[in-house]
Each structure stands twice: as C-alpha cells, then as structure tokens.
Design a binder for this molecule. Structure first.
Ligand SMILES: NC(=O)c1ccc[n+]([C@@H]2O[C@H](COP(=O)([O-])OP(=O)(O)OC[C@H]3O[C@@H](n4cnc5c(N)ncnc54)[C@H](OP(=O)(O)O)[C@@H]3O)[C@@H](O)[C@H]2O)c1
Length: 275
C-alpha cells in the first residue's frame, strides 16, 4: 500500500486527518512551542485533554500559527462524567482553547465504577447537535462499553481512541469498530517508547531495509493497519522525524512480521481499572 488517504470520513460526516500530534505530558508552559513546531512541520490534528492541563498553550499555538481555525483538527477529552459535568467541562475546554467548537470531543475513559458513561455520551451527542463539537467519540472503551452506549443512546461513538501499537494491536476491538462504523485512533503508537519495542530485531531489520528509523516504521505500520495515529514528541527533531512517514510504504511481508510482535499486553492503563 503506497498511498494512504489523508483523511477519513467519520459516521457523523466530519473528516479526520489520518495523522496527528499528541500532547500528553507536555506542560502548559511548553505546549505552545511544541504545538507550534508540530503545526509548522505539517501536522493538522492536535490531541489534548483536560487532564493534560495544557489546553491554554495548545490554543495559543493554534492562534499563533497563522492557520485558519478550520484548517486544524482539534480534539479534547473530558475526564469528568455525568451529563451536566460533561457540558460544563466542554464549555471550560472551549474557553481555555480559545475556540467556539471542537472537531472531536471524547470521554477520556469509560470509568465503569462511576457508571455514567451512557449519559455522558448523550451529553456529547447533544453538544454535537448544537454545533459545539463536530464529532462525538470515546477513548479506552471496550467492546462491552461501546455496545451499551450504542444500544442505550441509539448512536455508536464515531471514534474510539485506544492504546494501539505492535505489542498491543487489539485485533478484536478493531474488528468490532469496523462492523460498527467506529474509527480507530491509536494512542501510545510508539508503545510510549517502552517495552523494548525500539530494540526489536524485526523492527530494526525492516527499518534498515526501508532506509527509515524504527519510530517511522512503527508509525507507518499503524497507519497501514487503517488507524488514525497520534504520536507525541516534545523534541523538534523527532516531531519532524515522525512526520516523515507518508512518503514510503511497508510491504505486506513487513506488516505481517510486525503484526507477529503482538503480546496482548498493554503498556498503559486498563479501562476496567481507571476510575
Ligand atoms: N486517550 C488516552 O487515554 C491516551 C493515553 C495516552 C496517550 N494519549 C494520546 O496519544 C498521544 C501519544 O501517546 P503517548 O504520548 O502516550 O506515547 P507515544 O507517542 O507512543 O510515545 C511518546 C514517547 O516517545 C518518545 N518519542 C517520540 N518520537 C520518538 C522518536 N522518533 N524516537 C524516539 N523516541 C520518540 C517521546 O519522547 P520526547 O517527547 O522526549 O521526544 C515520548 O517519550 C499522547 O500524547 C496523547 O495525545 C491518549
């Protein structure tokens, strides 16, 4: 597959770029510079969250970039659950980001022990109807959570942002997404730079054969598996390195070798435990 579409149309009709920039662990005072570098490099999707505490810096970077608001796809997430709490969180995020709409708003985690994710998602659907957000999604939802949301609200989330990298490629969840028209977005696409993925001989061999870095190969694998991918780096050289993944392709054989690294083990939090 040498050509990738640059955007995917979600079930609500909005388009999401295939590739974007993550901002977890970038503090507010450093977020403006990092996001400005990403936007200058070419990224047009920026992923933030209330919990990252950097929405002010992200908003300033977009304003300073000279880009039109509609040329940047902006995602944020609410940690709080409950209909009114989600509505309040959204208003506050819009204010911090200095914008009057989000392209995508997500419930950050299902928080099953709180058991309010259905009414929380209903708040997103209503915000979408009012034009405050262009698309309504979730993050870290399991098949069970997705099925319940769809059966109780009548609408499947447009997108589910989940941990997804070669060690944890989530084939069952991705198949469910495909059946229900849910876009898969991969967080931690570099396995949070953990678990030894960068030292895997298979990945190193593919990188050498394609004349690319290990990070580029891992990110390209994720894109060719059909996902929206949002790597994070605060390092300008790596921000640029990670952007250079759209002009080469892995072969089916490369993809299969990397698929075989799946251990089924997460590097990050478990959706059933995070509350
Ligand atoms: N929904 C959720 O629950 C959730 C959870 C986690 C993350 N996310 C989102 O997904 C984004 C990406 O996930 P992530 O930040 O956890 O992990 P990641 O993108 O897999 O990895 C980030 C780490 O890799 C390093 N790195 C980046 N590019 C590199 C390169 N080319 N070579 C070597 N090291 C490199 C970064 O270091 P430097 O920054 O020092 O360069 C950082 O330590 C987040 O920023 C966030 O927007 C969402």
């Amino acid at each position: 597959m040498s050509e990738l579409s640059t955007a995917i149309t979600m079930s609500g009709g909005a388009e999401i770029p295939r590739y974007g920039y993550g901002t977890f662990k970038i503090d507010d005072d450093r977020a403006q510079a990092a996001v400005e570098t990403a936007l200058a490099t070419g990224y047009r999707l920026v992923d933030t969250a209330v919990g990252y505490q950097n929405e002010v810096g992200v908003g300033r970077a977009i304003a300073a970039s000279g880009l039109k608001r509609e040329d940047v796809f902006l995602t944020s997430k609410t940690w709080d659950h409950g209909y009114d709490e989600v509505r309040r969180n959204l208003r506050e995020s819009l204010e911090r980001l200095g914008t009057d709409y989000l392209d995508l708003y997500l419930l950050h985690w299902p928080r099953p022990a709180v058991d309010k994710y259905v009414e929380s998602f209903q708040a997103l659907l209503d915000a979408r109807a009012e034009g405050l957000i262009r698309s309504a999604g979730v993050s870290n939802f399991t098949i069970e959570h997705l099925a319940r949301v769809e059966s109780e609200t009548g609408a499947a989330p447009e997108l589910n942002q989940v941990e997804l990298h070669p060690y944890f490629s989530q084939p069952e969840l991705r198949a469910y997404h495909d059946e229900h028209g849910i876009v898969t977005e991969s967080w931690g696409p570099l396995a949070l730079r953990g678990g030894g993925l960068f030292d895997e001989p298979v990945v190193q061999a593919v990188a050498e054969a394609r004349g690319r870095t290990v990070a580029q190969v891992v990110l390209r694998w994720n894109l060719q598996r059909g996902n929206v991918v949002i790597p994070k780096s605060e390092t300008p050289e790596r921000i640029r390195e990670n952007w250079e993944v759209l002009d080469f392709a892995l072969t089916d054989e490369d993809l299969a070798k990397i698929d075989a690294l799946d251990t089924g083990n997460r590097q990050g939090g478990d959706p059933l435990d995070v509350n």
